[in-house]
Write a protein that binds this ligand. Structure first.
Ligand code: F6P
Length: 345
């Protein structure tokens, strides 16, 4: 099929590497194949409101190294808005779109999948620092977030050692422990607490005591924002719900740190890395992945691969059904947990 007009949006939480996708879609779609690229502002919100701008090759000059997304993002879910689905279809018609590329995580791509099921011509590109989408080796943004978290852990090591303290570092990741696991292993953490395994506070305290008695006077504990204690052993913060009904996580370390200090007697400090993990310049891996997936998405659209998503599998770019990518959360597998346990005992 000859590509005439292709919509583009970035939805959900931003992440480093989105601009590489936008650049690739425009350079390959408009620059090489002569398509018109209509970028919608702020994810599905821009499609609902029909707010767009055309991107040409000049629009994407000098952006590959920049974090965030030049076309904005939001967590808007069209299905939570009155006549949402119809309004999206109306924008497709008004803009005479031949198709649309939706770049997003679970929320954005679930909406994309549902809209594609209803006949809208959509292809997906996976991005999220959480790395929790099935059918992908890695998602855009994950490696940059891990780099940021690892750098923070490195920095906390020296001050932990100087003051004989326990440092609790809270990282993002929603209900998957990928960022915690990767940065914990890379940063040499002494405990890595992830949602995939409920943690036992008594066991962690015993481990820290043993370590401080036998080997060292300081410790680093990495906790994923979505980690949970075994029932009854510690309170969790009360989380608000976002517009899609998911818990807005964050803050577990503010309860965990004082608990560890009270139970072990070791002076403890807490650092929440928060949105620093979503900012900054993408690492080369995310720039290259964003570029490859952006080009693959244009190719998919040209081939009429609607309802599908470009994905990285075994180092190769393949395409999978959008529905398969969002059907199940990808969680940290047991062998990787076992790897970290070699250093956390
Ligand atoms: O999904 C990416 C993510 O950064 C999660 O790790 C985190 O829980 C959430 O988004 C934060 O969302 P917000 O930017 O809406 O606070």
């Amino acid at each position: 099929m000859e590509l005439m007009r292709l919509g583009l949006l970035t939805g959900g939480g931003d992440c480093p590497g989105l601009n590489a996708v936008i650049r690739a879609v425009v350079r390959d779609g408009a620059g090489r194949r002569g398509a018109e690229i209509v970028a919608f502002r702020d994810g599905w919100h821009g499609v609902l409101e029909n707010r767009s701008e055309e991107l040409v090759v000049g629009s994407v000059r000098g952006i590959i190294h920049r974090g965030g997304t030049i076309i904005g993002s939001s967590g808007t879910n069209p299905f939570n808005h009155e006549r949402g689905e119809e309004r999206i279809a109306e924008t497709f018609a008004a803009q005479r779109l031949d198709g649309l590329i939706a770049v997003g995580g679970e929320g954005t791509l679930t909406a994309a999948s549902r809209l594609a099921d209803r006949g809208l011509k959509i292809v997906g590109v996976p991005k999220t620092i959480d790395n929790d989408l099935s059918a992908n080796d890695f998602t855009i943004g994950f490696h940059t977030a891990v780099g940021t978290a690892t750098d923070a852990i490195d920095r906390l090591h020296s001050t932990a050692e100087s003051h004989n303290r326990v440092m609790v570092v809270e990282v993002m990741g929603r209900n998957a422990g990928w960022i915690a696991m990767y940065s914990g292993i890379a940063g040499g953490a002494d405990a890595v607490l992830i949602p995939e395994r409920s943690f036992d506070l008594d066991e962690i305290c015993a481990r820290l005591r043993k370590r401080h008695l036998q080997r060292s006077s300081f410790s680093i504990v990495v906790v994923a924002e979505g980690a949970t204690p075994i029932e009854g052993s510690m309170n969790l913060p009360s989380y608000e719900l976002d517009e899609n009904g998911f818990e807005r996580l964050g803050g577990i370390s503010t309860l965990l740190g004082p608990e560890l200090q009270a139970r072990t007697g070791f002076e403890t400090r807490v650092t929440i890395l928060g949105h620093t993990q979503r900012g900054g310049s993408p690492v080369p891996f995310d720039r290259v992945l964003g570029t490859r997936l952006g080009i693959a998405a244009v190719g998919l659209a040209e081939a009429g691969g609607w309802g599908r998503m470009a994905a990285l599998q075994g180092g190769e770019i393949v395409d999978v059904a959008l529905a398969d990518a969002v059907a199940e959360r990808k969680v940290v597998p047991d062998p990787l947990i076992a790897t970290s346990e070699v250093f956390c005992s």
